[in-house]
Ligand binder design. Sequence first.
Ligand code: PAF
Length: 275
Amino acid sequence: MHSVSRQISCSGKKIGLVPTMGYLHEGHLSLIKKSKELCDITVVSIFVNPTQFAPTEDFEKYPRDIEHDNKLLKEYNVDYVFIPSLEEIYPSGYQSYVYVNEISKKFEGEFRPAHFKGVTTVVSILFNCVNPDLAFFGQKDAQQAAVIKQMVSDLKYDIEIVVCPIVRERDGLAMSSRNVYLSPEERTKALTLHKAILYARKLIEGKEMDPQKVIGNMKVIIGEEKSIKLDYVGIVNTYGFREADLIEEGNEYYILVAARVGNTRLIDNELVRLQ
Ligand code: PAF
């Protein structure tokens, strides 16, 4: 990968990296489309990264279908697919980790304490292997994108991070490889999360400027679906992921939600811009 990327860079071409854990869906394909639009060469990496899963989480059963992924990537004319082995990324004796301090601790970080350390470590390894000019991440994992932007700024990576909008199923469910875990009943219940976010957006657009009131309303909607176990709801500034004390015109916010539906943990968010 190093020598391929060196050759491409020497020829003056721009490399776009789409890091994934495979089991590709429309959300990933939207990142690939964006990379192909903005870059000369698109590299998609597929690596299910063990260090971002806690021992109690779903690393072993995380969905994998490399044949289907490769077929899709061929259809999309992706230039390179980078599928490193576990031993290549973390050879025996591996010792180095990248941790972005503050922003990794809140929201997802509270419920998945080692998660972002694993993400920033592997993304930094992938950046070093592929040496991209641009890298593409989904807004679905908005906090992950914010953590990576902070890492890129702190560690002076010369890489532009592009965050692409969430892709949703027709009924509003945010696309995720983990949606395959949901039974048909759970899938219907999961829609409550998006319903709560949309209601929150409506309140904010109607000039409800108190985040706590908006959050209170979201909790009521989600609370009506007894089988959903809420982890958090929040309203944060898009830059830096700081919790909003007051919603102000001219600013951008993410309305966040994370919850468990049955055994499946889902996250979702919506971007609001107040003019
Ligand atoms: O978003 C993901 O799929 C993963 O967290 C990433 C960025 C590929 C790192 O393993």
